[in-house]
Design a protein around this ligand. Structure first.
Ligand code: USQ
Length: 398
């Protein structure tokens, strides 16, 4: 199958490219390398020493004997997107090429606008290009579980049946996100649904939980490593807790620490995306997959990291709940359904506990890279503030 990955240089994009070429697919990709620049903008870098894109492609040729076609380009440029889809004529497009950090979108008005313009524009460009050039292609769109927020009822998988004032209908599950980033994903979902309704575009909207891990069966050598972020803006809570344990810093659950999220290992996320690609939505179908395996609170995460860091590596980490920079429920009900992928044969293969040892051992190996950025780990920003550039030491963009 010909698969185009947007955001191929990113955390998931690179891991997916390796996985799909290993399974015999013909892979091409586009990336504007923005994550590398934006992580540098907040003074940080990946914990893992990732190679440049030309080095990555060379390593794939050398070790896997495969060729990945890469184009450096920006999806907010319509001519670029149209020319790419026209040239590649993909059977499937996996759209991962968006700004993916909630804190980044909350730095100030410019970062909020940058996030929403990039994310919404790139999706609309892809929708039109697919319609015009390859109307039968299948779009696999990376969304987020965060679109649903934390309602006090079970979360359905995309759609649910509701009875109101004596009448029933099947409607999209309500969305209520907590950052301009998460809202950009809601707008994307609406736009993909509309393209499906207008043009019959086949689409899978992936409501992705938090992904963790440094390895997949393909990421076996340093040349293949994917990025691992840990600063306040780009690192997820789990990544940050692991790095804090290695650096001897306190682990920082925000507020009461009862925020629950769904989690999935990198290799299982690749399994899910691959199942979505290899079992495409039918013509005219719009389907939603809630993609996660285990749900934990941030306090559960901190305790798991603390236990494994101590038991396996002799690192004695403390947990220090800090002020919460975000506006979110710190204790809440959380029961999202996730059955659609199981019907395609998905099997949870990697638990968080099993992965933690691997993550910590990789981080210990790259400890000097963490030490060099120790100053960007502890929280300084506040989602309620209109300007977070000063505490983050961001220059320009005024
Ligand atoms: N948190 C802490 N301590 C920290 C950092 C975060 O307690 O040091 C808390 C946050 O307040 C939040 C929870 O951990 O309640 C999750 O935050 P996160 O930074 O781990 O993840 P999030 O911002 O939700 O975003 C990540 C990815 C995003 C993806 C999303 C999936 O960065 O791209 O869409 O996870 S989900 O969380 O299901 O929406």
């Amino acid at each position: 199958m010909k698969v185009l990955i947007t955001g191929i240089d990113g955390y998931s994009g690179w891991a997916l490219a390796l996985h799909l070429v290993s399974r015999g697919h013909e892979v091409s990709g586009i990336d504007n390398l923005a994550t590398r620049k934006r992580v540098a903008e907040v003074g940080s870098h990946s914990a893992t020493p990732i190679r440049t894109m030309p080095e990555r492609l060379k390593a794939v040729r050398k070790h896997l004997g495969k060729n990945i076609r890469f184009r450096q380009g920006d999806l907010t440029d319509w001519a670029t997107v149209r020319a790419l889809i026209r040239k590649e004529k993909p059977d499937a497009v996996v759209h991962l090429g968006e700004q993916r950090s909630a804190p980044y979108s909350m730095i100030d008005v410019h970062h909020a606008v940058e996030t929403q313009v990039q994310n919404v524009t790139s999706t609309i460009h892809l929708l039109y290009a697919i319609k015009d050039e390859v109307p039968k292609a299948h779009l696999v769109k990376m969304g987020t579980m965060g679109e649903y927020g934390t309602p006090n009822i079970d979360i359905a998988e995309g759609f649910f049946e509701i009875e109101y004032m004596g009448r029933k209908d099947r409607v999209p599950y309500p969305r209520q996100a907590s950052s301009f980033y998460h809202w950009s994903k809601i707008f994307d979902s609406g736009d993909v649904m509309l393209a499906n309704k207008l043009w019959g575009l086949a689409a899978t909207d992936v409501m992705q939980g938090v992904i963790y891990g440094t390895r997949t069966p393909e990421i076996t050598r340093d040349e293949f490593l994917t990025r691992f972020d840990f600063d306040e803006v780009w690192g997820t809570a789990l990544n940050r807790f692991c790095v804090q344990a290695v650096l001897g810093l306190p682990l920082t659950p925000y507020g009461k620490g009862g925020q629950r999220r769904g989690f999935i290992a990198l290799e299982d996320s690749m399994q899910s995306l691959t199942l979505s690609v290899e079992n495409p939505a039918s013509a005219g179908e719009y389907r939603v997959f809630n993609q996660f395996d285990e749900a934990y609170s941030v306090t559960d995460l901190a305790r798991m990291v603390q236990t494994i860091a101590s038991r396996k590596f002799g690192l004695e980490a403390t947990i220090a709940n800090t002020y919460n920079p975000r506006v979110e429920a710190e204790e809440h009900y959380y029961n999202p359904h996730h059955e659609n992928l199981l019907r395609l044969g998905y099997r949870h293969s990697r638990t968080l506990e099993a992965s933690l040892e691997e993550i910590l051992s990789d981080l210990i190996r790259f400890r000097s890279r963490l030490e060099a950025r120790r100053h960007v780990v502890m929280p300084r920003m506040n989602f309620r503030a209109s300007d977070n550039r000063k505490p983050l030491h961001i220059k320009g963009k005024a």
